[in-house]
Design a protein around this ligand. Structure first.
Ligand code: UT7
Length: 325
């Protein structure tokens, strides 16, 4: 049976950098507080011409280029996002038009920060049933449009960006090995964001939180560490693999303290974990593909390497995946 491998990666980070000292002028916070609690120093903020689908298209073009494929050769285009350009059509349809992926069918998936991991699993299932299928999977977020810039609890955490992968089967590489994906909708109200079209208008008017990201940070923190740890342990056990077999772990980049706790509990040495949350903050569904693209372009991935992904986000949604590079 053939599985989905990655043929090319790409990413796009908006030009504008927002530093912790910039945030000190906007809300009652400090560089010291943000650095010690989150590990974030800067984040990128999308400007004019950097809409969700445009940054997605920027990442997609680079991934296609690396894969040596033309946009017309793509059969399926999926965008993982919770900040789509419009409620309808999907960001994926906008990307399709932008890059000319005329022979693809296109749709979005929303699993918050776990969206890209869900997307990798989805791509694998398509390739298992049709090994020659060419899939463009993108994680793209413009979270700066959905955070309340007066709420210091959330506005310091998030950033904008996009990452993309071209996927199909590939000779000599297994690709996706196995995944554990989970969600628990009972915990939705610990991390959520209303949308203009998602509620009865009477309810929206009575909701003083507007359409911004709302979060009970401490609870999210606790669940995130426990859920990702369990998903990784179960996945490794199921596949007879230990941490020493893993070449690189690429976790969702939410917060350095979550990552430190996870490394400690799993016994993963720091040098085996890709971390860039300091540069980009939490870019939700885009954080894993941006990290993967950076690791790839830095030349630290070798054919045959076993990669471990894990993520956690609103829903709650979470999961882990093993992939042979
Ligand atoms: O993909 C998953 C997405 N979500 C996350 O990754 C978030 C997970 N949670 C966290 O990372 C942490 O909970 C935070 C970084 C969000 C907050 O850290 P914390 O240690 O859990 O702080 P806290 O929410 O318990 O707040 C402690 C204090 C409070 O003040 P009082 O009530 O003790 O006087 C907050 O009002 O820190 C205050 N505070 C701030 N102070 C300065 C909250 N935000 C800020 C801020 N600057 N930006």
């Amino acid at each position: 049976m053939k599985h989905a491998s990655i043929l090319g990666t790409g990413s796009y980070l908006p030009q504008r950098r927002l530093t912790n000292s910039d945030l000190e002028k906007m809300v009652n916070t400090s560089d010291e507080w943000i650095t010690t609690r989150t590990g974030i120093h800067t984040r990128r903020i999308a400007g004019r011409g950097e809409e969700n689908y445009r940054i997605a298209a920027g990442a997609a073009r680079k991934a296609l280029d690396m894969a040596g494929l033309k946009a017309e050769e793509i059969d399926l285009l999926v965008v993982a996002t919770m900040t789509a350009h419009m409620m309808m059509p999907s960001s994926a349809c906008f990307v399709q038009a932008e890059i000319g992926a005329d022979n693809a069918h296109a749709y979005d998936i929303n699993a918050a920060c776990t969206g890209f991991l869900y997307g990798l699993d989805l791509a694998d299932r398509y390739v298992v049933s049709r090994p020659d299928m060419k899939i463009l999977l993108i994680g793209s977020e413009t979270l700066s449009a959905r955070v309340n810039w007066q709420d210091r609890n959330t506005c310091i955490l998030f950033g904008d960006g996009a990452g993309a992968c071209v996927m199909s089967s590939r000779e000599g590489s297994r690709g996706v090995v196995d995944a554990i994906l989970r969600s628990d909708g009972r915990l939705w109200n610990l991390l959520y964001m209303h949308g203009p079209a998602s509620l009865n208008p009477d309810l929206v008017q009575n909701d003083h939180n507007g359409c911004y990201i709302q979060m009970i940070g401490r609870d999210v923190f606790k669940y995130a560490v426990k859920a990702m740890e369990e998903a990784v342990v179960e996945l490794l056990d199921r596949n007879g693999v230990t941490i020493s077999d893993i070449s690189l772990m690429i976790p969702h980049q939410a917060n350095i303290r979550i990552l430190n706790k996870l490394m400690e509990r799993l016994g993963v040495p720091r040098e085996k974990v890709y971390i860039n949350v300091d540069k980009y903050g939490n870019t939700s569904a885009a954080s894993i593909p941006i990290s993967l693209d950076e690791a790839n372009r830095e030349g630290i991935l070798r054919r045959g390497d076993l990669l471990l992904f894990c993520s956690f986000g609103g829903g709650f949604t979470w999961g882990s995946m093993l992939m042979q590079w």
